[in-house]
Design a protein around this ligand. Structure first.
Ligand SMILES: [Zn+2]
Length: 305
């Protein structure tokens, strides 16, 4: 599997081949957002709960309880806040999370939020063979469809990365978008080995994710901790710049991380700041994809927009 040739001895087709496997195609940044809004705001929550611990085989109650907090405390707080602010969001839910917490996915759907794929048990999808990855993706889609009432149209890979098969499977499942890669601030079309796929990438970034700022490993010496209000300032700067540029502000949060008291304050203030501008379009990821995806229709493959 692994190429024994050191990278500095690769020939040009080799290094080009790696880069070209999955790459950013044309930008899908729209001319305008709906209703003349100046900026699009796509808030997402990855409802991982216990699944990353389970995925790592950590089955003791301590670590699992930290995940359980997400479902038990974080999700109700988040749903209350979103309802209070009138903000639609996208929840990326591992199937095992959905099965463990009966009614949670149905509650997302009932409140008008989008439910989308996030693996079976938060598996390390890049480590899977094609058949296993396909099987888990299909089973996860079935679970979410059963619980949400509609089949998911988008995916966020648990590893924020693709295996050699992921993009082919996204196309096979007929998904409209992925939200796991980072080649732009604005939506773009994914290329597979140089060919346009019609799949929209709604890019993420660790900067706009709560996990790197707050997560800590108890028995590791590294404890990257940023004061919540400082994190709020970073996100506000990201939003203000996106608005100044007429772009997209996308955010990734986790109920078991952001759902704590001192952090929910920051999320509430951020949403108030955004709403206070009066010209932001709050949308689910699927809404944004449907809007920018009109640029795909009728366009010639390979034409750079
Ligand atoms: Zn996750």
């Amino acid at each position: 599997m692994t190429d024994p040739t050191p990278p500095w001895q690769w020939d040009e087709p080799t290094w080009r081949g790696h880069v070209d496997q999955v790459r950013a195609g044309r930008s899908l940044a729209p001319e305008a957002w709906p209703d003349g809004r100046r900026v699009a705001v796509a808030i997402s929550f990855d409802s991982d709960h216990e699944t990353p611990a389970l995925r790592d085989g950590e089955v003791l109650p301590g670590k699992l309880a930290q995940g359980e907090y997400g479902a038990r405390v974080g999700v109700p707080r988040i749903l209350d806040l979103l309802e209070h602010q009138g903000v639609p969001a996208t929840f990326f839910v591992p199937a095992v999370s959905a099965l463990l917490h009966d009614g949670e996915v149905a509650a997302y759907a009932a409140a008008g939020h989008e439910v989308a794929l996030h693996g079976w048990i938060h598996e390390r999808n890049t480590a899977l063979d094609r058949d296993s990855e396909r099987d888990l993706m299909l089973r996860a889609a079935d679970v979410l469809e059963r619980q949400a009432g509609t089949r998911p149209t988008g995916l966020r890979t648990p590893s924020w990365d693709f295996s050699a098969a992921t993009l082919d499977l996204v196309r096979e499942l007929g998904l409209a978008y992925d939200s796991s890669l980072m080649a732009d601030d604005e939506p773009y079309e994914l290329l597979s080995r140089g060919e346009p796929t019609g799949v929209v990438e709604l890019p993420v970034e660790w900067i706009r994710d709560d996990a790197p700022y707050f997560m800590m490993e108890r028995f590791a010496s590294l404890r990257p901790y940023t004061p919540p209000r400082e994190v709020g300032r970073i996100w506000r700067d990201e939003f203000d710049a996106a608005r100044a540029q007429g772009g997209l502000f996308q955010l990734t949060l986790h109920p078991h991380i952001i759902g704590h008291r001192s952090r929910m304050v920051v999320l509430a203030e951020l949403l108030e700041h955004i709403a206070g501008t009066g010209d932001a379009w709050f949308a689910t990821h699927a809404d944004v994809v449907a809007h920018v995806g009109t640029r795909l229709a009728g366009a010639e493959p390979g034409v750079t927009a």
